[in-house]
Design a protein around this ligand. Sequence first.
Ligand SMILES: Nc1nc2c(ncn2[C@@H]2O[C@H](COP(=O)(O)OP(=O)(O)O)[C@@H](O)[C@H]2O)c(=O)[nH]1
Ligand SMILES: [Mg+2]
Length: 348
Amino acid sequence: MRVVLVERRLPGEQSRLEELVALSKTLNYEVIGVLRQVRKPDPAYHIGRGKVAELAELVKSSGAERVIFSNQLTPSQAYKLSRTVGVEVIDRFQLILEIFAMRAGSPEAKLQVEYAKLSYELPRIREQVRAAMSVEQPGLMGGGEYEVDVYYDMVKRKLANLRRKLKSVAKSREQRRKLRHRRGFKLVALAGYTNSGKSTLLNALTSAKAEVDDMYFTTLMPRTRAIRASKKILLTDTVGFIDGLPPWMVEAFKATLEEIYLADLVVLVVDASDPIPEILRKFRASREVLAEYPVRVITALNKIDLVANKELKRILTVLNNLSPIIVPISALNGTNLKALLNVIRTNV
Ligand SMILES: Nc1nc2c(ncn2[C@@H]2O[C@H](COP(=O)(O)OP(=O)(O)O)[C@@H](O)[C@H]2O)c(=O)[nH]1
Ligand SMILES: [Mg+2]
């Protein structure tokens, strides 16, 4: 899908566009245009009217099928924007929810993501139905209110239903873990921030043909493959860590990390090309998430092809104080992957 990204910032505010590009790529979207504006949010369109016109023009000329805002949009802003621009307009949170939906493997994860999605979309749906009704019946104040309420109630019932189902599936998690252990496979999960190189590393350590010949794993964890060196060690990709998730999204995020709960070992992939303070911040945040799981963690310091030797030494010195096992690698160039495999083998 071809998409245009938009970001509005206050003067001095940090940009999140780089992350938005990485998130879009996770969904295989093709970013064909980017618009930026520095200003306070406009109540009606979030960006200024001139910028809206520019956006509409860009969408038209580029044939973009979707617009993704880096900022959170109110339901009415999203509705007005998509009416003016002519294609669907979503925000960062909806994009992340789509990634979660793609990544959700277990029944629990699927339900959690659906629940978060519906909760977020409920006010948006209300806005759309209401606007559609008032267009059909101009001048009729409060027209369509009844239909809006019927629809709203239906979604709410669906949410209540999902809550009930969630309670019952949570129990089966422990059973799945036990079942997996009895099969004699070892499971290694790749964790880390979006764009750190998890998928690249998965591809480097496994061959595309080595799909796991076991229905249990292929249905529960679609991105799980046997590593080349050993058929009994399975490697699985997980959803990337993302900064600044709102509280209502946290359950859905955790549910999509199910593989980590099931894993015997986690390889935390860290992007060495980030500035050192950023490496440290992400490393600490990742360890905090992982601390909730009863699983051993080793660190793969990735993209070392992008840093000078001296810089690499500094990073290793800093991280060595925080993590006992760190393996510097380049997933892209295949550097030091044998060493990583050895460390994996001795730690599963
Ligand atoms: N230079 C360099 N780039 C890498 C390396 N590993 C991954 N990348 C690039 O980093 C980007 C994100 O990689 P990806 O595997 O999709 O990250 P994920 O979001 O963690 O799955 C891609 O453009 C990769 O080509 C590496 O070792 N060196
Ligand atoms: Mg990936």
